[in-house]
Every structure is written in structure tokens, then in C-alpha cells.
Design a protein. Sequence first.
Length: 159
Amino acid sequence: MTDEKNTSSSAEEQKEHEETEATPAISVPVEPKVESSFAEASDDKEVSEEPKGLKDFSNLKPGMTVKVHQKIQEMGKKGEMKERVQIFEGMIIAIKNKGISKTITVRKMSGSISVEKIFPLHLPTIAKIEPIKQAKVRRAKLYYLRDHKKRLKERKVSK
């Protein structure tokens, strides 16, 4: 009878030993919990949804003729990097997305050839966007200007 107890207790010990071997104990350092400053900031001040440092282009509208000043880096004759500002002047035919991924499509006529460029507004290479005039339009997307050579009624934009 003692043999049965010994075998059952040794079986229990062996089972416990297998369980501890199967799941090795890993010690993970516990970091102290720090309260976020966001909760404090939202109580004290009104937090804007857009990240800081973004340019404000809320005055841009479809039909507006703008000058987009973009920084271009080039290699000089001696191999040094030179930076210049290239101006692209045209009409905004579309504004897409919101926030950091906001883009404008600008259409420019060079003689009989038209060129369209899509500018991400928060691109670091865009120095500034200067509005020149605003056309009277009734659409958000002016893709019909691609097919038709229409002249739109325009007015000067106050800067």
C-alpha cells in the first residue's frame, strides 16, 4: 500500500515538474505607469486635431489661380547642391483629402499644351502658395476644363 502512495505522489511530482518545464518563467521588468499629458492638456486647453507645424491652406478653393513656390535641389557644375525656387502658376481644378494628406491639382496652359501637377500641401519643399485670382465656379471638381476651352469669370483675390 505504501508503494501505491509513493507511485501516485511521484507521478504528481513528475506532472508538476513537466508543467514548470513547459512554461519557462520569464521575468519582464514592469515600468511604472505614467499618466499621459494629453489628458491634462485637453482639460486646460483646446487641442487641435491637426499636428503642430502644418501650414494653413484653408483659403484655397477650386477655380482659384495660384502660384505654387516649390524648392528644387540641383547639382551644380562642381558637384555641390544648389537650391532654387520654381514657380508653377495655374488654376486649382481639384482639392482632395483632409489633414496631412491634403492635395491640390493645379492645371497650367503652356501655349496649346496643358500641364497638370498634383501637390501634397504639407510637402516640406513647398515654400508658399500665393493666390492671384478667383474664378466664379459652381463645382468642387473642375475636370470639365480639360475638355472645354472655357473662360471663367474671374475676380481679384484680396491678400
